[in-house]
Design a protein around this ligand. Sequence first.
Ligand SMILES: [Zn+2]
Length: 145
Amino acid sequence: MTTEAPLPDKPLPVIDAVTQPFWDAAAQGRLVVQACEVCGHRQLPAAVTCAECGGRALGWVDVSGRGVVHTFTVLHRAYHPAFADELPYNVSIIELDEGPLLLSNVVGVPAGELRIGQQVEVFFEPVDEGLSLPKFAPAEKRSSD
Ligand SMILES: [Zn+2]
């Protein structure tokens, strides 16, 4: 329908010095998590200190991009008008195989069929110049791209 007004742009992540490496990797199609160089703890979201030991020596490591749905909610109202065309959609917390939790969306699952514990795999959705969002799809339905 070309007569409809275009939807407003979706809000984009606010990127700062602490989270920049995460988004740089995502733009390259890599999922990374922070890794403490003192105790080995892996964490998301990025922080200036390790949530386990308080250490400040934090690096980044690539992870598999695989995990399970830890929990989710399904939105049936557009709390931001830019998402109106996607209703209903889920906001999910993915528990990565390596441990950290990541807030995202699972796509490719019919409304009402998403389940806690479902195996998912990351893919990256380009949304702006140099910016891609990590999203997830059912692991068994992913193509081998
Ligand atoms: Zn630590």
